[in-house]
Design a protein around this ligand. Structure first.
Ligand SMILES: Nc1ncnc2c1ncn2[C@@H]1O[C@H](COP(=O)(O)OP(=O)(O)OP(=O)(O)O)[C@@H](O)[C@H]1O
Length: 239
């Protein structure tokens, strides 16, 4: 299966428990929001999914490959957009993508063809020659998403990808990634912003290291808005 499966994952920083027996599935071609307030454990989970961290507990499967037993296969099916920007600001957009393509064994005309396609899909082709430093935040994010899509990942992880972006950029990127899921990519999108979630999206609510709810946004909300439901579940009160 080309989805994502997380089963019984726990992780602690010393005595601080960041993830406590976390389990959920993201079916193939689904947009799943990992919804949690600050400190819920979202970034820790992403670090485990990308193998920056490891844990002996539980099991992670990416596109059907066990991350512990078969990390090369599992990671070759994974695309990632980290919370903190990771473009080399002194390189052009194209150079950033070429470097990344080479890491995935793509070079020459084949790499350029794929780079052009991915940049074009994100309306970034005409910016390809510009240094990353000269781009605004929204365009930098688009370039990072294009880069993550180069190896045609089955599963795409995005860790709070719209933080710091203006409304139009947020909307554009959120819509684009929803379309990607409709076209077949399995998406896990970490956020604390309920307005990025649609009623038919899958949601995993994470709070204080534990999964608090799993299901469609509609089924989790009931009669109330997602924002109110989220505030109820996380015990947060508006200032
Ligand atoms: N390096 C670390 N050392 C100790 N504790 C940490 C470390 N990194 C994170 N934590 C703690 O682990 C818990 C989960 O943090 P994490 O960054 O995964 O949450 P998050 O949901 O990504 O939050 P945010 O939305 O603020 O990025 C928090 O209590 C945090 O304080």
């Amino acid at each position: 299966m080309s989805g994502l499966s997380v089963s019984g994952i726990s992780y602690s920083y010393g005595s601080r428990v960041a993830l406590d027996d976390v389990s959920f599935e993201v079916p193939p071609a689904t947009f799943c929001a990992l919804l949690g307030p600050n400190g819920a454990g979202k970034s820790t989970l992403f670090n485990l999914l990308t193998r920056l961290f490891s844990t002996s507990s539980g099991r992670i499967e990416i596109a059907g490959y066990n991350l512990n037993n078969d990390p090369r296969q599992a990671l070759s099916h994974l695309g990632i957009v980290f919370q903190k920007p990771t473009l080399d600001l002194e390189l052009s957009v194209r150079q950033n993508l070429r470097y990344f393509a080479a890491l995935h064994g793509l070079s020459g005309a084949k790499a350029d063809k794929r780079i052009n396609l991915c940049l074009d899909q994100l309306n970034m082709l005409e910016r390809a020659g510009e240094k990353a430093r000269s781009l605004n935040g929204g365009h930098r994010r688009r370039a990072e998403i294009a880069r993550a899509l180069l190896p045609e990942p089955d599963v795409l992880l995005l860790d709070e990808p719209t933080v710091g972006l203006d409304t139009a950029s947020r909307r554009g990127i959120t819509d684009y990634v929803h379309d990607l899921a409709k076209e077949g990519t399995t998406v896990l999108w970490a956020t604390h912003l309920t307005d990025e979630i649609r009623s038919d999206d899958h949601i995993v609510v994470l709070h204080q290291a534990k999964v608090r709810a799993v299901g469609s946004a509609e089924s989790i909300c009931g009669e109330v808005s997602l924002q109110d439901r989220f505030l109820q579940m996380t015990g947060a009160t508006p200032l």
